[in-house]
Design a protein around this ligand. Structure first.
Ligand SMILES: [Zn+2]
Length: 153
């Protein structure tokens, strides 16, 4: 997997989707203080959303051998939900977006972006379904905008 800067034409699209995901993520019940939302995007359509939740799920357990990581992660939730509406072939041509939101300091009402690099279990799911593009949020840099990186396989 190589890390590449997104092509300029993709940056607006990435920002737009990250913005939508940030609004979903802040409504998520935090799991170990993490609020994550993910989406599968095919061409310009969001085909599924996913959030992390404190609920074990066989779909996640399939990719994580560690007992503590069987909770459904936003990434695998989005993949699972996408498979209900599209076939695997579409999934390989889609982009997985991941966004993490967190509190800054002691202000419990303000959120900033956080790093949402996928864990090894989710990486395994991403590889299994051959999803070639992954865009994840980066730790906030003091600005109010989202910074992101993309993984191209
Ligand atoms: Zn994960």
């Amino acid at each position: 997997m190589s890390e590449d800067l997104p092509r300029p034409s993709s940056i607006n699209k990435h920002s737009k989707i990250m913005n939508i995901l940030s609004k979903v993520a802040v409504t998520v019940e935090p799991v170990a203080s993490a609020r994550l939302a993910a989406a599968i995007v095919y061409k310009n359509d969001i085909i599924s959303f996913g959030v992390n939740r404190k609920k074990s799920h066989p779909f996640q357990a399939q990719f994580c051998k560690n007992d503590k990581s069987i909770y459904l992660h936003a990434e695998t939730d989005a993949i699972k939900n996408a498979l209900r509406v599209v076939d695997q072939e579409i999934l390989t041509k889609s982009t997985l977006y991941i966004c993490r939101m967190k509190h800054i300091g002691t202000n419990r009402r303000e959120f900033v972006y956080g790093l949402s690099y996928p864990c090894s279990g989710c990486m395994k799911a991403i590889a299994t379904f051959n999803i070639k593009n992954v865009v994840y949020s980066l730790e906030h840099d003091g600005k109010n905008s989202v910074a992101f990186n993309s993984l191209l396989r």
